[in-house]
Design a protein around this ligand. Structure first.
Ligand SMILES: Nc1ncnc2c1ncn2[C@@H]1O[C@H](COP(=O)(O)OP(=O)(O)O)[C@@H](O)[C@H]1O
Ligand SMILES: [Mg+2]
Length: 267
């Protein structure tokens, strides 16, 4: 169980402050989701948390500054599903998932039976077993996205960062992947920080939502507090209706500004 704190964090890219003075606390075993329009800084903030981009301010895992961790230690603490991961040439799905075990393989050693068991179990869970010998360059977008998640979960790190992890998945696989992450959060106390562009999904899976706009936090709280018609109109320029489903979840429904086709003249 690892808590994450972000305190006064800023990131400057090409002389532009794209993440500005963000402070968050993510208690161990909870799920925080970043929402916000394109270019808001969600990916950049996640990259700062994983140590992939320089930042000002302080980011800690259980009180230890990320910037002080060496890469192997950091890989045992935090696993990442990036928004646009590269597909290595000439690598099978199994070998790609095994990359997640690198922080546990001794220098100059090979993977152990346990490493293979962890990878094999994830191939089954994510329905990749029949593709395990396929090259990652020969997968569909959705199959590769599941392989990327399998690689991240193979790392067995207590903190999991997910940047649009379901952007290429159909509805069924998206639900399956997010439920799997939520089960691991509950059973192993994983601390999850994600960026999700689907607002309804964001509300369904997060304990806490943060709305980022132009690198700054403009709202945070429960789905009811953050996913409001007013905030979405103001910051996304979108017309939506927010309704509550029978289980108390928040559903964000996009509206057209004129009648749908075939409904012209219907009051
Ligand atoms: N490598 C980079 N160099 C310069 N600017 C970047 C780079 N990556 C992202 N940006 C800019 O930083 C801002 C935030 O981008 P990003 O974090 O990807 O937003 P989001 O994930 O919310 O869509 C955008 O204006 C984007 O153009
Ligand atoms: Mg992004």
């Amino acid at each position: 169980m690892t808590a994450l704190t972000v305190d006064g964090v800023g990131v400057t890219l090409l002389q532009r402050r794209v993440v500005d003075d963000v402070s968050l606390t993510v208690p161990a075993g909870t799920w925080l989701t970043l929402v916000g329009p394109n270019g808001a800084g969600k990916s950049t903030l996640l990259r700062a948390v994983s140590g992939a981009v320089e930042h000002v301010g302080t980011i800690t895992f259980d009180g230890v500054e990320v910037a002080r961790l060496r890469s192997r230690e950091r890989a045992r603490q935090v696993a990442v599903v990036p928004q646009d991961p590269a597909r290595p040439d000439g690598m099978t799905v199994l070998d790609y998932v095994l990359l997640g075990r690198t922080p546990y393989v001794p220098y100059l050693g090979t993977e152990s039976a346990e490493d293979l068991a962890v990878a094999g179990e994830l191939l089954d869970t994510l329905e990749l077993r029949s593709l395990s010998e396929r090259m990652v360059t020969a997968l569909s977008g959705g199959e590769f996205q599941r392989a990327v998640l399998a690689r991240a979960l193979a790392q067995q790190a207590p903190v999991l960062l997910l940047d649009e992890p379901t952007s290429s998945l159909d509805l069924g696989h998206a639900q399956q992947v997010l439920e799997l992450v939520d089960e691991l959060r509950a059973s192993r106390g994983l601390t999850v920080v994600s960026a999700l562009h689907d607002l309804t999904t964001a509300g369904q899976f997060a304990d806490h939502l943060v709305l980022l706009v132009d690198g700054r936090m403009v709202a945070q709280g429960s789905a009811q507090e953050v996913l409001t018609e007013e905030l979405i109109r103001e910051h996304y320029g979108a017309r939506v209706r927010v309704v509550t489903d029978p289980y108390g979840g928040v559903v964000v429904v996009p509206l057209r500004s004129r009648p749908a086709r075939g409904q012209e003249g219907v009051a």
